[in-house]
Design a protein around this ligand. Structure first.
Ligand code: SF4
Length: 75
């Protein structure tokens, strides 16, 4: 599964690190580190963490099957 955290939104509440410590980890007080490609076995944990994020910064499977580069505007 694919996980993206919008770090510009993340406020470092650490809810995700608490609920899915295998996928999300706080680095110091505020910096979040995460696994962008967690094992599917962690899906439940990760979805729970995404739902618990107070600022909805965690996006799950948003990019699946899409070519991200195709979304850039033509230059
Ligand atoms: S729960 Fe949301 S705001 Fe808190 S650390 Fe995780 S991603 Fe950031």
């Amino acid at each position: 599964m694919r996980v993206v955290v919008d770090l510009s939104r993340c406020e470092g509440y650490a809810q995700c690190a608490f609920l899915a410590p295998d996928a999300f980890r706080m680095h110091g007080e505020e910096a979040l580190m995460y696994d962008p490609n967690p094992d599917d076995a962690r899906r439940k944990q990760v979805l729970r963490a995404a739902a618990a994020c107070p600022v909805q910064a965690i996006l799950v499977d948003q990019l699946e099957g899409r070519d991200v580069s195709a979304e850039e505007p033509p230059s």
